[in-house]
Design a protein around this ligand. Structure first.
Ligand code: PMP
Length: 402
């Protein structure tokens, strides 16, 4: 007998399950458009050149060691990450009312935020977009939120934002609600509110006293310009909000498995900031006790030095530019093939993903017949497309649709 004998199998995690199926597919002509990681035009993972350089320096720097970091994480990393997000001259930084807590990836930042909102602030409701990144709801439920809901966001007919639906659903949300908003590059739709819509959303946030968690996992991937992509967080500061931002450096530094993130807390003043930090430290202490060094050191070193910062910005620009080119090419190929429907949404969307509008049976055809793996909801990773495979993939989409 076993303590574990009666346990039910947990459901598979879609995106990792997809990679497993892809790996097991014996066909040599197969493409994985599922997992959200950057690929070069040769379909390979990319260690950013600036990261290689800094890692090489770190390896021989005898002033570095493996002592524990402070509980809230590496001070230089947190400081530089905040500057990157909000801009150096941000009033909240000048007024010393922004805190950063280093976290195990963007996921860890969201987790610490959810824990804090539940335990310390007594929030019990969380609203996130429909659809959203597959982990938002799970994290908040795991932290004890009893009311976890989704607001309308995607209009399948227009393949753009359902703004009226979003405002209506948020307008009906109860008091003490945490609202998750994606700062840029919405995952999975690639669609974000425009500036006027942001103004209306924040009007509502202020009126309803919502707590905002801005999920910022792709800064730089929309336009290739980190400041332009950081607009949303800066706008929230301008509107005078107190809010959270979960920052991830998985994508824009290509540091996926180093698990490096930062939870930014913009507070009303520096007195409350000190109290917030002390409670955050308690949460980190009982969760992972102390953050890992490697990713934080890389990010801090790169951001802290004008030459490496510049090099990194060029690396980010290169990734964003390749994605934008793939969007353009895919749309052109589908138009040239005469694939039914409008494909303008592919170039209107931003970030790593495109929400193609392909339905589950079309997705099935792509996978079974063409060995192209993508999420059931039709999301594709634009970086998985290359100038070598785009003809094959466009033709497969054409056949799946017609
Ligand atoms: N939020 C969103 C919207 C994401 O897409 C991701 C990564 N897929 C994360 C958070 C988590 O990022 P990390 O891998 O750094 O935990």
């Amino acid at each position: 007998s076993s303590f574990f004998g009666d346990i039910e199998m947990a459901p598979p995690i879609e995106v990792f399950n997809l990679t497993r199926q892809y790996n097991e597919d014996p066909n040599s002509k197969k493409y994985n458009l599922g997992v959200g990681a950057y690929r070069t035009n040769d379909g390979k993972p990319w260690v950013l050149p600036v990261v290689r350089t800094v890692e090489a320096q770190m390896a021989t720097d005898e002033t570095l060691n493996h002592e524990y970091l402070p509980v809230a994480g590496m001070p230089d990393f947190r400081k530089e990450a905040i500057k990157l997000l909000l801009g150096e001259n941000c009033s909240a930084i000048v007024e010393n009312r922004v805190e950063g807590v280093q976290a195990i990836g963007g996921t860890g930042a969201i987790r610490v935020c959810a824990n804090f909102c539940k335990k310390i602030l007594n929030f019990d409701n969380m609203y996130t977009s429909n659809p959203t990144w597959g982990n938002h709801m799970g994290i908040f439920k795991a932290c004890g939120f009893s009311n976890v809901k989704q607001y309308r966001y995607w209009n399948a007919e227009t393949r753009s934002i359902d703004f009226e639906g979003m405002i209506e659903d948020l307008g009906a949300a109860p008091d003490k609600t945490v609202v998750i908003l994606h700062g840029c590059c919405h995952n999975p739709t690639g669609v974000n509110p425009n500036k006027d819509q942001w103004r209306q959303i924040i009007d509502l946030v202020i009126e309803k006293k919502f707590m905002v968690l801005l999920d910022e996992a792709y800064q730089g991937f929309a336009t290739g310009d980190l400041d332009a992509d950081g607009w949303t967080a800066r706008y929230l500061v301008e509107r005078g909000l107190e809010f959270f931002v979960s920052q991830s450096f998985s994508k824009n530094f290509g540091l996926y498995n180093e698990r490096i993130g930062n939870l930014v807390i913009v507070c009303a003043n520096s007195d409350v900031k000190v109290k917030v930090r002390s409670q955050m430290e308690m949460i980190v202490r009982t969760t992972w006790s102390n953050s890992p060094n490697h990713g934080a050191r890389i990010v801090a070193t790169v951001l802290n030095n004008a030459a490496t910062l510049d090099e990194w910005k060029n690396n980010v620009k290169e990734m964003a530019t390749r994605i934008i080119l793939m969007r353009k090419m895919l749309k052109e190929k589908l138009s040239a093939l005469g694939t039914p429907g409008s494909w303008d949404h592919i170039t209107n969307q931003t970030g790593m993903f495109s929400f193609t509008g392909l339905n589950p049976s079309q997705v099935d055809v792509l996978t079974k017949k063409y060995h192209i793996y993508l999420l059931k909801n039709g999301r594709i990773n634009m970086c998985a497309l290359t100038t070598h495979n785009i003809d094959y993939i466009a033709e497969a989409i054409h056949h799946a649709v017609t």
